[in-house]
Design a protein around this ligand. Structure first.
Ligand code: ADP
Ligand code: 5GP
Length: 389
């Protein structure tokens, strides 16, 4: 990899090349996207600012946008630079691997949609994750078939690889269920309001209750750098298929209707009436699972262990998944960055420090042309190359 070109600071603490502002560094940084100026940092008036101020050209004053997503703490130096016309990359100095790279989305399709809904200026934070944890996994199948059991097995064997998208539901919690872990248990009216406000990736009425996946639930898994698992019904799977979320779709069938009934009863979590309703709905779900092009893989959960092994094969988990630069980098930690520069879609983060005699140690190169999406319209995985000491 060649030497990164040198840039000069201007009086706003920005690097510039051929008059184009590229990289800014400080406790507060300023970037332009088109004619709009964004100031990022924990401002003195931070109770209002949420870390972002936007200069409204028509008012001739700063305004505080509605800030969506998980917000980074920005109390010390960071670097920032615009990426194209729709987002700003923020690199925190001296932060941990999981907390170093952030995107402020200012004009992505997601943000534009939210601006229309809110009628205000909106920006959204997403955490940048090095590497791509893999496509989200949608698992569907009739109630009692063993979806939850299979997902629990995956989570147990690969605790750092997968994260569960916690759905919202209007049904009452079961005895062992914890709000925020198994579901976000919610009132129908507030869920309907959130659906109207565009907060859901999909939703459906299932067994007389409302269930849905919020965009933030999928984002939260991506923020943790994990591969997202969604346990949703067939209608939900159809909606996700129609969305821009690129996922793997898996349907789990029981070996027989009688087995399904036995399992549902043995779980002992539903009343007789609810069991009857779930069994009736199972017929429709099994039929719909045959919709051409909807599911990538159909598994029969007869012998649990055999079904689990097949699931792992479909998810590529029998191959060596840990031989990439990205995973080596995760182990080495994020470099302390001394300079940042951008050429085309390549960003050079240099941590060379002549005083310490470790020139070029830990320099890192990010290719932002390969950004992978999180929830539709949101930013996610970054591809990194570089030299590790
Ligand atoms: P779902 O999440 O699809 O509603 P669960 O994972 O809760 O279903 O499974 C329902 C019941 O069936 C549980 O009691 C579980 O232990 C049991 N079960 C799951 N897979 C099998 C299997 N292959 N053979 C027998 N029982 C199973
Ligand atoms: P349970 O009440 O047994 O937890 O779930 C009942 C059904 O709702 C299951 O088929 C499950 O896959 C589905 N479900 C759970 N969460 C969601 C969701 O967010 N969206 C949709 N569409 N279905 C869901």
């Amino acid at each position: 990899m060649g030497e990164a070109p040198a840039f000069l600071f201007d009086d706003l603490n920005r690097f510039s090349e051929n008059g184009i502002d590229l990289v800014c560094m400080g406790r507060k940084t300023t970037n332009f996207i088109g004619n709009t100026k964004y100031e990022i940092g924990d401002h003195d008036d931070s109770a209002l600012s949420n870390g972002v101020k936007v200069f409204d050209n028509s008012l001739g004053d700063w305004v505080y946008p509605t800030v969506l997503g998980t917000k980074p703490t920005l109390s010390s130096d960071h670097w920032s630079l615009p990426l194209g016309e729709d987002r700003i990359l923020v690199i925190k100095n001296g932060a941990t691997m999981d907390d170093s790279l952030w995107f402020l989305e200012v004009n992505t399709p997601y943000v534009r949609r939210q601006k229309n809904l809110w009628g205000t200026n909106v920006v959204a934070w997403s955490k940048g994750v090095i590497g791509y944890p893999g496509k989200p996994i949608v698992i569907s199948g009739p109630s009692g078939v063993g979806k939850g059991t299979l997902i629990a097995m995956l989570m147990k064997e690969f605790p750092s690889m997968f994260g569960f998208s916690v759905s919202h539901t209007t049904r009452a919690p079961r005895e062992n269920e914890i709000n925020g872990i198994h579901y976000h248990f919610t009132e129908r009216s507030s869920m309907e309001e959130d659906i109207k406000n565009g907060k859901f990736l999909e939703f459906a009425s299932v067994h007389s209750n409302l269930y849905g996946t919020s965009i933030e639930s999928v984002e939260a898994v991506g923020d943790a750098g994990k591969r997202c698992i969604l346990d949703i019904d067939v209608q939900g799977a159809k909606s996700v298929r129609a969305s821009s979320l690129d996922a793997v779709f898996i349907f789990v069938r029981p070996p027989s209707y009688e087995d399904l009934e036995k399992r549902l009863r043995s779980r002992g979590t539903e009343t007789e009436e609810q069991i009857q309703k779930r069994l009736r709905n199972a017929k429709g779900e099994l039929e719909q699972s045959r919709t051409p092009g909807l599911f990538d893989h159909i598994l029969v959960n007869d012998d649990l262990e055999a079904c689990y092994q097949t699931l792992k094969t479909h998810l590529g988990l029998h191959e060596s998944a840990d031989n990439t630069y990205q995973s080596a980098m995760k182990k080495a930690g994020f470099p302390r960055v001394n300079s940042v520069s951008k050429v085309g879609t390549t960003i050079f983060l240099n941590s060379s420090n002549a005083d310490l005699g470790n020139a070029s140690k830990n320099s890192l190169v990010l290719d932002v042309s390969l950004l992978k999406g999180g929830a539709p319209g949101r930013t996610r995985g970054l591809t990194a190359f570089g030299k590790l000491s």
